[in-house]
Design a protein around this ligand. Structure first.
Ligand code: ANZ
Ligand code: ZN
Length: 741
C-alpha cells in the first residue's frame, strides 16, 4: 500500500516548524517544583549503543510521547527532555572490540542516536539535552560524590566483592544475574579488595517504607522489597560464634553450626547455650559469608537446606520441642538484617568519571575541592582493563601525581572510576538546569518527574539507586523531596516471532528501514497498535499495512471535507483554555472522545487507535445513508475533534490534517476536545464483584477496561486472593476462593 501523500516531506516540514517555534522548550521558570501546570514527562534515557536505536526504544518512547502530548493538550506545560547515558562498560567494551577510543566512539554514537531520535517525532526538548560523559555533566556527578563523602555516605573498605574475570573489574551485586556478569554473561568470582562504597544500607528502612506511598506497579514494589530483603530475627551466641536466625523457637533442635568456607571457626566445636551439648562447626556451601553474621544454626528437623546438608554429612537430627513464643522471644538479641549490601561504585575501568578523591600519606583520603572539579578523565591511548585490580588510569603518571588539597603535600589521585549507575542516579535533576555551569541544578527548577516511563530491568538498580540519591540529597538540604519518582509505569518488551530481539539471534529490527519506507507516524502507530504498552508483545509487519490503510482512508476523508469549503471556522482553542471548550455534540465523535481519552489515560494506546479507527468509520457510515442528502462524507466539524484525538498518536499526520481543515496554530497546542456528559457516562459501566458467587461490591469502571484491570480492582476492594476467577466482560467478576463448600 502506498500512502496518498508524501509522508517524508510532511514529516520533515512539521518537525522543522516545531523546532523553529521552540514548541517543545518550556521556559525554565515554568519547570518549578510546585507548579500545577507543569507536567514533567520523563523517559529512561538511552545508552547510545553502537548498534543504534532499536524498535524497542521507539515503542517505549512513542507511548511515553503520546502520553506527554495528551497532557499538553489537556492544558499542561510539558517538559519532556532526552539525553544520553554515555559512560560505562558497555560502550567501552565495544570500543575495545573495534579499536576505537571510547570518547570518539561515543561522539559518533551520540550523533547517530540524535538523528534517529529526531526522526521519531517525539516532542523532546532538545535545548536541554544531557550527556553523562560530558565534563559539564560529570563535574556534577563528582560534586555529588564529594558531598556524600563529606556526609559519611561514601567510604572505602576492604571487603569480599564480586569480580568479573572477563570485564576485569569489580561489580555491584545488583549487576550480577544468577552469579553471572550482566554485561558479558561470564560467571563472576569473589575477591577480597579495597573498594569504594555508598552507604545505601543506612537508608534500607526508608527505601522500604517509602514504597508505600508510591504510585508504581505492584510488581516493581515487590521486586524492590525483596531486593532490600528485610528480615527480623534474633542473634544468638554459641560461645564466641554468633548466628542470625529468623526461627529462634527451633533453638533446642539445633544439632550443628554452619559457616562459610574459610571461616576460622570451621572444624571446631561450640557447646549449646542452653543444653551445653557440644556442637560441631562445619563449613557449608549454602552459608553466605556477608549475610547476617555469616554463621547459621543447623536445624535439620525444621529447615530444608539444613536437612539435606545433615543427611549428606551424617549429622544427627533432633526432634526437641519448639520453644513457645515468650521463651523464644527472650533468647539472644533482637536483630534486623537486610539482603541489600552497600552499593559498590568503584570500577577498575576507563570509561567513567574519575572518583574525585586524592590519597595523601598525611591526611588520608581527601575530597577534591569544588573549584578543582571536574577531575577530567585523561585521554589515554591504551584503555584496556589491566586485570591487576587497578584501572588503566593508574598508568598515567601526570594524572596520578598531584598535591593534597588539605596539606599541599605530594599525593596520589584515586584511579578508579565510578559506575555508570551513579551517573543516572541524578540525571533527571540536571535537565532543567542543563545550561547552568555554576550549579548542578537550580533549586527553583528541581522538579521531580510527574510521570516516569521505565523498564522492568531497572527496578532493582537504577530506580533503587535514584531513590537512595534523592533521600541522601534531601537530608543534605539539596533537593526538596525524598522520593524522586512518585509515579512509574513500566513498558513491556517488544519481541519478534516470540523471541527477544538480540544481536546474537540476528533478529533485531532497526527502525530506520521502516521510517524510510513508511514514515515515523506509521511505525509509531504500528508499534503502539501491536500490544498494550505495559505488557509488550510480538511485532509483525502486517500491522504496518493496517495502519497505512487507516491513514490513507482518513487522509481521503479530510481532503474531501476540506475541498467542500465549509462555513464553520476552525476552533483553535489553545490548550490552556481547555475548560472553555464546548463539549462536542455529535454522539459518535463524543463517544470517541470519551473512549480515546480513557484509553490514553490507561496507556492503552492500542485501544485508543482501535477506537479512532471505529470512529472514522462510523462518521463515514452516518453520512452514507439515505438521509445523507447528497453530502459525500463526514464534515469538517466532525473530523476536527477526531484529528485532535489522533494528534498524540500520529503527531505529523495530525498536524497536516489539522491545517488542511483550516487550523492555524499547531494541533498540539490546541485543547483536547471534551465529550458531552452522556458519552462520558456511556463509556462507563458498573461491574458486580462476587466472592464465591455472593455479591460483595460494585465497581465503576470503563467499558474498555480489560480483564486484568477489572480483576486487580476487584481483588483490591475485596482483599481476596482467589484461586480461580470467572469474568463476564462488562458485567461481572466472581472471585472463587475454593474455601466455601
Ligand atoms: C535457624 C532456622 C530454622 C532458620 C528454620 C530457618 C528455618 P532470611 O529470611 O533470608 O533472613 N541464615 C542466616 N544467615 C545466613 C547466611 N549467612 N547464609 C545462609 N543462610 C543464613 O533467612 C534467615 C534464615 O536463614 C536464618 O534462620 C538462618 O537459618 C539462615 F527452621 O536459623 B534460620
Ligand atoms: Zn595531606
Amino acid at each position: 500500500m502506498r500512502l496518498p501523500y508524501d509522508f517524508a516531506a510532511i514529516e520533515e516540514k512539521w518537525r522543522r516548524r516545531w523546532r523553529e517555534d521552540h514548541q517543545d522548550e518550556p521556559p525554565g521558570e515554568l519547570i518549578s517544583p510546585s507548579s500545577d501546570r507543569c507536567f514533567y514527562n520523563l523517559v529512561e534515557f538511552p545508552y547510545p549503543s553502537a548498534e543504534g536505536l532499536h524498535v524497542g526504544h521507539v515503542f517505549k518512547y512513542s507511548g511515553a510521547d503520546a502520553y506527554g502530548r495528551y497532557q499538553g493538550m489537556r492544558g499542561h506545560v510539558v517538559f519532556q527532555p532526552i539525553g544520553f547515558d554515555a559512560f560505562g562498560i558497555h560502550t567501552e567494551n565495544y570500543a575495545l572490540r573495534t579499536g576505537e577510543n571510547p570518547s570518539t566512539l561515543t561522539a559518533h554514537t551520540v550523533a547517530a542516536f540524535t538523528r534517529q531520535l529526531e526522526r521519531g517525532g517525539m516532542a523532546w526538548d532538545w535545548s536541554r539535552c544531557v550527556d553523562t560523559s560530558d565534563p559539564r555533566y560529570y563535574r556534577w556527578t563528582q560534586w555529588i560524590l564529594t558531598r556524600l563523602f563529606a556526609a559519611g555516605l561514601m567510604y572505602q573498605a576492604e571487603a569480599p566483592v564480586v569480580w568479573c574475570p572477563s570485564c576485569l573489574t569489580v561489580l555491584a551485586r545488583e549487576q550480577t544475574e544468577g552469579d553471572r556478569c550482566e554485561r558479558c554473561d561470564t560467571p563472576v568470582t569473589e575477591r577480597q579488595m579495597r573498594q569504594w562504597f555508598l552507604r545505601t544500607t543506612a537508608y534500607a528502612d526508608r527505601l522500604l517504607d517509602g514504597l508505600g506511598q508510591l504510585d508504581w506497579p505492584e510488581r516493581a514494589k515487590r521486586l524492590q522489597r525483596s531486593w532490600i530483603g528485610k528480615s527480623s530475627g534474633r542473634e544468638i551466641d554459641f560461645g564466641d560464634l554468633t548466628v542470625f536466625t529468623t526461627r529462634p523457637e527451633t533453638l533446642l533442635a539445633v544439632t550443628f553450626l554452619a559457616v562459610a568456607a574459610g571461616h576460622p571457626a570451621a572444624g571446631g566445636t561450640r557447646p549449646h547455650p542452653i543444653t551445653g551439648v557440644p556442637l560441631p562447626v562445619l563449613a557449608a556451601p549454602y552459608v553466605i559469608e556477608t549475610y547476617g553474621t555469616g554463621a547459621v544454626m543447623g536445624v535439620p528437623a525444621h529447615d530444608e537446606r539444613d536437612r539435606r546438608f545433615a543427611e549428606a554429612m551424617g549429622l544427627p537430627f533432633s526432634d526437641a520441642a519448639l520453644l513457645d513464643g515468650a521463651a523464644a522471644g527472650s533468647v539472644g538479641r533482637a536483630a534486623v538484617r537486610y539482603r541489600m549490601r552497600d552499593w559498590l561504585i568503584s570500577r577498575q575501568r576507563y570509561w567513567g568519571p574519575p572518583i574525585p578523591i586524592v590519597h595523601c600519606g598525611a591526611c588520608g583520603p581527601v575530597a577534591v575541592p569544588d573549584e578543582e572539579l571536574p577531575v577530567l578523565l585523561p585521554l589515554v591511548d591504551d584503555v584496556r582493563p589491566t586485570g591487576t585490580g587497578k584501572s588503566p588510569l593508574a598508568g598515567v603518571r601526570a594524572f596520578v601525581e598531584t598535591r593534597c588539597p588539605g596539606c599541599g603535600g605530594p599525593a596520589k589521585r584515586e584511579t578508579d572510576v565510578s559506575d555508570t549507575f551513579v551517573d543516572s542516579a541524578w540525571y533527571y535533576l540536571r535537565y532543567a538546569s542543563a545550561e547552568r555551569d555554576d550549579v548542578p541544578w537550580d533549586v527553583a527548577r528541581a522538579r521531580r518527574p510527574d510521570f516516569y516511563a521505565g523498564g522492568p530491568e531497572h527496578v532493582q538498580r537504577h530506580h533503587l539507586y535514584a531513590r537512595f540519591f534523592s533521600m541522601a540529597l534531601y537530608d543534605l538540604g539539596l533537593v526538596p523531596f525524598e522520593e524522586p519518582f512518585p509515579r512509574i509505569r513500566l513498558g513491556g518488551l517488544l519481541v519478534k516471532e516470540g523471541a527477544k530481539m538480540s544481536k546474537s539471534r540476528g533478529n533485531v529490527v532497526s527502525p530506520d528501514d521502516y521510517v524510510a519506507r513508511h514514515g515515523s507516524d506509521v511505525l509509531r502507530c504500528a508499534l503502539l497498535f501491536t500490544c498494550p504498552w505495559e505488557s509488550g508483545g510480538d511485532f509483525n509487519d502486517a500491522t504496518i499495512a493496517g495502519i497505512e490503510r487507516f491513514f490513507a482512508r482518513i487522509f481521503g476523508l479530510v481532503t474531501a471535507a476540506a475541498g467542500r469549503a465549509e462555513d464553520q471556522p476552525s476552533d483553535d482553542v489553545p490548550a490552556q483554555d481547555a475548560r472553555s471548550e464546548a463539549p462536542v455534540a455529535d454522539p459518535v465523535v463524543s463517544r470517541a472522545i470519551a473512549s480515546v481519552s480513557d484509553a490514553i489515560e490507561r496507556l492503552r494506546f492500542n485501544v485508543a487507535i482501535a477506537r479512532l479507527m471505529e470512529a472514522f468509520e462510523a462518521v463515514s457510515a452516518q453520512v452514507a445513508g439515505p438521509e445523507a442528502n447528497g453530502a459525500s462524507g463526514p464534515t469538517s466539524a466532525q473530523l476536527r475533534p477526531l484529528v485532535k484525538l489522533l494528534a498524540p498518536l500520529a503527531p505529523h499526520l495530525a498536524e497536516e490534517l489539522w491545517h488542511l481543515l483550516g487550523g492555524t496554530s499547531s494541533v498540539h497546542r490546541t485543547a483536547w476536545p471534551t465529550a458531552d456528559s452522556r458519552a462520558r457516562d456511556d463509556a462507563r459501566t458498573t461491574i458486580v464483584v462476587q466472592v464465591d458467587g455472593r455479591v460483595r461490591h460494585r465497581i465503576d469502571t470503563t467499558r474498555d477496561a480489560d480483564e486484568s484491570d477489572v480483576v486487580r480492582q476487584a481483588m483490591s476492594v475485596t482483599g481476596v486472593r482467589p484461586s480461580r476467577v470467572v469474568y463476564v466482560p462488562g458485567r461481572l467478576v466472581n472471585l472463587v476462593t475454593g474455601s466455601a463448600r
